[in-house]
Write a protein that binds this ligand. Structure first.
Ligand SMILES: NC(=O)c1ccc[n+]([C@@H]2O[C@H](COP(=O)([O-])OP(=O)(O)OC[C@H]3O[C@@H](n4cnc5c(N)ncnc54)[C@H](OP(=O)(O)O)[C@@H]3O)[C@@H](O)[C@H]2O)c1
Length: 367
């Protein structure tokens, strides 16, 4: 209870636009950077540096958001996996390095039945699948930045975005990746409802919480994947902020919770600390940051166990969610499996297990 309380009424932020050092020369990429927390973060980073890319699905919104960096808008729809590789290619045509990737974009309480372009449940697709693919495709830029001798250790980071819902509503033991698959009923047996897997049977609120646990899973799995190459991977609950995220909530609920919400810039302070604080280092791989920038004081033990690999004595659920340790190039969603890579083989990153043959386009391998 104390943990929840302290995330709702956090101590004063320690890293803000007032004491952020110059970020000139560093390259930042923020998904969902055209509104809410992402926009507030883009303003802070752009004021301190010069290369901030915002990623979103509406160029008009992006340009309006920060007219001075409109050249740095990357058009991409996280709920359509086919749009991701072209946006990454556009970014990589301009930049060799990426110092901090903020996987900030997300959707909450999407109307029941909403799906992505690949027919996945919309929150899982937007909050987990799209960001996973985006991150995997951006790894060469992140690893190149991390291995540049001029780059300070632990300053190249991927920041995932979770929520207080992870503490309060994620299932005991976390999500078992098998829960995303349809129920194991014989073909044609049972009603459509009975054939749904565990995840699709949950309320929209629980689905959101599970997708945000998925972001912590991704942080933990990515840390094991590229931590040794110098990329720090963490997740964060930005806090409870007044943003468009409440757009799908019933009006009465919005009015009731509004007094508990803070200005969006406070959420940007949490992300800023996760992405730039010098307090985070090697021991913080897979860490969970809470408002307005500090380590989570008391993680749920059963979720920590879910995030740890089997070799670390955990349940290996994060690795399973991220496609399995030996098959980083392939990730599962619902009852489909997708291939990550559109990169030619000579762009593969040494030391990263991308040993599978790499199809030249993202495609469903089986349905
Ligand atoms: N606000 C809170 O209290 C709170 C609490 C905990 C966690 N969070 C998390 O914080 C993150 C930022 O949310 P926010 O509060 O700033 O809400 P927001 O203002 O609604 O921002 C969400 C951003 O994500 C983008 N987005 C949604 N679907 C997308 C898609 N398919 N492809 C590309 N971009 C997409 C939105 O773009 P469009 O404008 O095009 O939809 C928007 O820019 C989310 O991950 C959210 O889950 C927020």
């Amino acid at each position: 209870m104390g943990t929840t309380w302290s995330q709702m009424w956090p101590p004063t932020p320690t890293l803000t636009e007032k004491n952020l050092p110059s970020q000139t020369g560093k390259v930042f990429l923020i998904t969902g950077g055209a509104s809410g927390i992402g926009l507030a973060l883009a303003h802070i980073l752009y004021a301190a540096g010069d290369r901030v890319y915002i990623v979103g699905r509406s160029e008009a919104n992006g340009s309006t958001a920060i007219s001075s960096i409109q050249d740095a808008f990357l058009n991409l729809n996280l709920s359509d996996l086919s749009t991701i590789a072209p946006a990454v290619a556009a970014f990589q045509a301009k930049e060799n390095h990426l110092h901090v990737l903020f996987n900030n974009a997300g959707v909450s309480l999407a109307p029941l039945g909403s799906t992505s372009a690949q027919s996945e449940e919309l929150m899982m697709a937007t909050n987990c699948l799209g960001p996973y693919l985006l991150t995997q495709l951006l790894l060469p830029s992140l690893v190149t930045a991390a291995q540049d001798p001029a780059t300070p250790p632990h300053s190249v980071r991927v920041v995932w975005t979770s929520s207080i819902a992870v503490d309060t509503q994620a299932p005991v033991g976390g999500l078992d990746p098998a829960d995303l698959a349809p129920a194991p009923t014989p073909a044609g047996a049972g009603s459509e409802e009975q054939q749904l897997g565990w995840y699709l049977k949950q309320s929209q609120q629980i689905k959101y919480a599970v997708s945000k646990l998925g972001n912590w899973y991704h942080a933990a799995a990515l840390a094991r994947q590229v931590g040794k190459q110098g990329v720090l991977s963490v997740t964060q609950n930005p806090g409870n902020l007044t943003t468009n995220l409440t757009q799908h909530m019933p009006r009465l609920v919005v009015l009731t919770v509004r007094p508990l919400l803070y200005e969006s810039r406070y959420g940007a302070y949490t992300a800023l600390w996760a992405g730039l604080s010098g307090e985070l280092g090697e021991g913080d791989q897979g860490a969970y940051v809470v408002p307005w920038g500090r380590r989570h004081p008391q993680l749920r033990g059963n979720l920590v166990e879910a995030c740890k690999s089997v070799e670390e004595g955990g349940k290996g659920r994060a690795d399973g969610f991220a496609g399995g340790r030996s098959k980083r190039d392939v990730f599962a969603a619902g009852n489909k499996t997708y291939s990550v890579s559109q990169l030619p083989p000579n762009d593969r990153i040494p030391g990263i297990n991308n040993s599978e043959p790499t199809p030249t386009s993202l495609k469903s391998l089986r349905s």
